[in-house]
Design a protein around this ligand. Structure first.
Ligand code: ATP
Ligand code: MG
Length: 683
């Protein structure tokens, strides 16, 4: 559909993928006066280019500023990554080759003849150096019950889990499914797998039995680690019962370990083992297995926003290096920081910025087991105050939700420890960005919008620039190229967001389906990694993420990104969420259908709001962008990771009410039912 012949220009990020202009932008922003980031200031590219280099780059003393470093990372990619690979990771056997790629077969290798162990890199080396430093702060569901785990303690937990797995017959290369709440034992299980070379596959502990079963089957896991139950947002989550229902569908699972996570006594079936007991029975630490740099570290399924989830395979050294480096640079990480990423470990954000990135850097990371509104909408900020969090990393969906509750929930807590506020997962609309910046960050913190994917392993683009609209923006250095791969520098051009060379953190394949990997990411544009997202370059050279390419709407020949229309509508004071999709139209080709959720305190009649929205879109974008249909619903269907599932709404807008596609990753089926009902009532 989006073949080069469609005439689209391609945004190729020679500047993005294997290089790191994005990191420097963050460092620039955090080392200069916060006032420069007031929402009205223009952050000029000069500032980025001449900004001081982050400390990690002192390995390249010949480079004086950002643009030199940037050019160097492109020109001398192997030297660049090789130097950082030796610097940031501990090796059992050093690599002699930095990269070896075969583009024909989409086979990519980094440091392939080096040997190392991921768990040693995350824990043992730090436990040796500073055993009493806090590695994890477990923020449980009820506030005020946090538990701290030092590097020494985590090390012991990890080897005990590794021992349990080894005794049960798990060996290097075997897949272990993890269905656990965010907790120290979940981290220890991930790293316990890594210690013995087993491949973990974490499934978000909110998925249904069916969704868990299909992931276990796809991964071919023979062991499952779960817990009896947990509470999240005050609600009991019966993990063991769900796990049992899933395992009943998975004949390949021979053993289930159950962590007594909540105080109820454990009831165990024949194939179930008390994990805590088994851990205390382990006598000696199994030695860390020496793994090849390209051995798989984990499998992780995508959010399923656009279709059937893909089981991505991340390998060891390249992923670790990329997670460690991006964590340091994007978030301006410094020793002593308390890193607060509130993502669940079931998502890539949890893997890279709750677990791997912070631990590789010897940091203190927060494990947030609750929800943003438990016990009330001040939870995040109360946690920030109590734990003295320095970097807070969350999702736009939560920011939009909290904004609805007003400023008081934020202001009553001390947020002076915060330096950086991150956003990930969806475009952050302007209103949410401003609230995050002005209210949460007191106009003092850097807001960093980070664009990346499960496939990329770590942050690819980050944006600290306050934007007029459509804040999915990258710095000026990304190269825009045409379909032949030739750079073009036109402002106003839109196209597919691609990466033109291979970076260490890229997923190496889709589990069991390398052809799908090749077809999805490398076949659409020759020689480029295709992200599936679209982008537009503005007058100043910044890129704006316009949304998924699948979601691009073509109205009478005008191509429109969903994010742009949504962002304008979100500016309305009574609108709290929007999703815009295209639906077929006899004359225009497509027309716009907007789904809306109003704020709690919205009092205006709906027709008035709709009229105002139409005027605003017309005024801010164009009349062809004005939604023809609007449906106001109490909630929108979302994935379990909190993203609006536009593909379902697209089906509904088309009138395909029977065939909604794969709904296994849907968080709240009732939301769809309500939308369907309202749709049927539409005139
Ligand atoms: P699936 O691939 O199964 O459809 P998914 O793409 O939602 O699911 P993830 O890998 O969790 O799965 O999400 C990556 C996607 O999230 C990106 O491709 C992009 O569409 C969106 N995204 C992430 N961060 C941002 C951001 N800062 N701005 C805009 N979009 C973002
Ligand atoms: Mg995706």
């Amino acid at each position: 559909r989006y073949s080069p012949s469609s005439g689209l220009r391609i945004f190729s990020s020679t500047a993005i993928g294997p290089t790191f202009p994005q990191f420097l932008l963050a460092s620039a922003s955090t080392c200069t006066s916060a006032q420069r980031f007031s929402t009205t200031s223009k952050y000029s590219s000069e500032n980025i280019i001449s900004s001081p280099l982050p400390e990690i780059t002192n390995k390249f003393p010949q480079l004086k500023n950002y643009s030199q470093l940037y050019d160097f990372s492109l020109r001398e990619s192997d030297q660049f990554w090789g130097t950082l690979g030796s610097e940031l990771l501990q090796w059992n056997e050093p690599f002699t080759t930095v990269s070896r790629h075969d583009h024909k077969s989409s086979t990519f290798r980094w440091f392939h003849d080096g040997k190392l162990n991921a768990a040693v890199n995350c824990v043992d080396r730090h436990a040796a150096e500073h055993p009493d430093r806090v590695a994890l702060i477990w923020e449980r569901d009820e506030p005020g019950h946090e538990q701290r785990v030092t590097y020494r303690e985590l090390q012991e937990m990890v080897w005990r889990v590794a021992g349990v797995l080894t005794e049960s017959g798990v060996s290097a290369g075997d897949r272990v499914a993890i269905y656990l709440p965010v907790s120290p034992v979940a981290v220890a299980t991930m790293l316990g797998c890594a210690r013995i070379g087993a491949v973990h596959s974490v499934v978000f502990a909110g998925f249904s039995a069916q969704a868990l079963a299909s992931r276990i089957q796809d991964a071919g896991a023979s062991v499952l680690v779960t817990a009896n139950s947990s509470t999240r947002g005050g609600r009991l989550i019966p993990l063991q019962a769900t796990a049992r229902a899933a395992v009943a569908l998975c004949p390949g699972v021979r053993q289930v370990f159950v962590m007594p996570h909540s105080p109820q006594p454990l009831e165990l079936a024949d194939n179930e083992v008390d994990l805590e007991r088994a851990m205390s029975a382990v006598q000696t630490a199994p030695p860390p297995s020496v793994q090849g740099a390209e051995d798989p570290l984990f499998l992780l399924y995508t959010s399923g926003s656009t279709g059937k989830p893909k089981g991505l395979v991340h390998t060891t050294a390249g992923y670790l290096l990329y997670a460690a480096l991006t964590h340091r640079l994007v978030f301006d990480y410094k020793p002593g920081d308390v890193f607060g990423c509130v993502a669940d470990i079931g998502w890539i954000t949890g893997h890279s910025y709750v677990v791997y990135g912070p631990l590789l850097n010897g940091g203190t990371t927060v494990l947030f087991e609750s929800t943003p509104v438990h016990p009330d909408a001040g939870r995040y900020w109360e946690t920030v105050e109590r734990l003295r969090i320095t970097q807070f990393y969350g999702a736009p969906t939560a920011i939009r939700l909290l904004l609805r509750f007003g400023d008081d929930f934020v202001k009553k807590y001390d947020r002076s420890s915060l330096r950086v506020l991150g956003s990930v997962g969806e475009p952050i609309n302007s209103e949410a960005w401003r609230w995050y910046y002005d209210v949460v960050g007191d106009g003092r913190c850097t807001v960093v919008d980070t664009w990346w994917q499960s496939e990329t392993g770590g942050i690819m683009i980050h944006m600290t620039v306050p934007q007029r609209r459509g804040s999915g923006t990258v710095l000026c250095c990304a190269v825009l190229s045409d379909s032949q791969g030739k750079p073009v520098y036109d402002s106003g051009a839109t196209g597919a967001l691609c990466v033109s060379s291979i970076w260490p953190g890229i997923a190496r394949t889709i589990h069991g389906d390398h052809q799908r990997y090749h077809d999805t990411y490398f076949a659409p544009y020759a020689g480029l990694y295709f992200s599936g997202d679209g982008a537009r370059r503005d007058d100043e050279g910044y890129l704006h993420i316009t949304g998924r390419m699948d979601d691009v709407i073509n109205v009478s020949g005008h191509r429109l990104g969903t994010a742009e229309v949504e962002d304008v509508m979100m500016e309305h004071p009574e609108v709290s969420e929007t999703a815009v999709v295209g639906c077929p139209h006899a004359l225009k080709g497509e027309t716009i259908f907007a789904f809306l959720v109003l704020k709690e305190n919205s009092a205006s009649p709906q027709h008035k709001i709709e009229t105002e929205l139409r005027e605003s879109v017309k005024h801010n974008i164009a009349s062809y962008a004005v939604p023809e249909f609007m449906l106001i619903a109490p909630a929108l269907p979302k994935t379990r990771s909190g993203k609006i599932m536009r593909r379902l709404l697209r089906q509904i807008a088309k009138g395909n009410l029977e065939d909604l596609g794969d709904t296994s990753t849907l968080a709240d089926p009732a939301a769809v039912e309500t939308v369907l009902k309202l749709y049927r009532q539409m005139p």
